[in-house]
Design a protein. Structure first.
Length: 233
């Protein structure tokens, strides 16, 4: 079954271009011309991924993204002519999964789409026997059900956060380099983006640590990488 991608842009020519590119890759494409329509289609059509333009009238892409994140964990790639670090960080903090700058190379767009869809799925190596993990009395994970329980409360993690947590927990007690984590979770094309990794480590710590400024579970080896707390299995 082909995956469905919602493309959101107020420029008809760009919509037609992106549709042509994605349909050649056998994706099912649906469209929205503004932020409000995008929110409605995410709720009604349940797309596998959203390509969301930043610069739109009435409701811009950031506002639409914030509304989408209130209702859905659907992966979102922002399309923008303003791909500055500030814009990128703002989008990631609101819940975007990636950025593609306009004008874009067709191959780059397809590569980013495939990478984000790949991250949205749990790693195929998660077997039922290892899916349920008890870190300690305060922290339990069921990767099969995508459940993270911290101090008795369920924490809602985005797909990329699950993948990052999975790779950290699977290598508990071992130092994982920045490049290794970026390659495993995001793909080789992201292996030098340490800022992206730091942002997602921050997101995870805010959700699982009692005191994110003094982490117990995700430990930093300065200049080298990260190590998850070694625990009894």
């Amino acid at each position: 079954m082909s995956q469905t991608i919602l493309v959101v842009d107020d420029e008809p020519k760009l919509l037609d271009l992106v549709r042509t590119i994605l349909e050649k890759e056998s994706y099912n494409v649906i469209e929205a011309r503004n932020g409000q329509e995008a929110i409605e289609k995410v709720r009604q059509e349940l797309p596998d991924l959203v390509l969301l333009d930043v610069m739109m009238p009435q409701m811009d892409g950031y506002e639409a993204l914030a509304e989408i994140r209130r209702a859905s964990n659907t992966p979102v790639i922002m399309l923008t002519v303003q791909a500055t670090e500030t814009d990128k960080v703002r989008g990631l903090e609101l819940g975007a999964d990636d950025y593609v700058a306009k004008p874009f190379d067709h191959r780059e767009l397809v590569s980013r789409v495939k990478a984000v869809l790949r991250r949205a799925a749990m790693p195929s190596s998660v077997s039922r026997s290892e899916s349920q993990v008890k870190i300690d009395d305060d922290f339990q994970i069921d990767f099969d059900k995508r459940e993270v329980i911290v101090r008795g409360k369920a924490q809602k993690l985005r797909p990329t956060e699950y993948r990052l947590l999975y790779h950290l927990v699977s290598n508990a007690g071992r130092l994982i380099s920045h490049e290794n984590l970026l390659t495993k979770v995001w793909g080789r094309e992201y292996r030098d983006d340490e800022q992206l990794l730091r942002l997602y480590i921050t997101y995870l710590r805010q959700k699982i640590e009692g005191d994110p400024s003094h982490p117990k579970y995700i430990l930093n080896e300065r200049g080298l990488g990260y190590r998850f707390l070694d625990f009894e299995r």
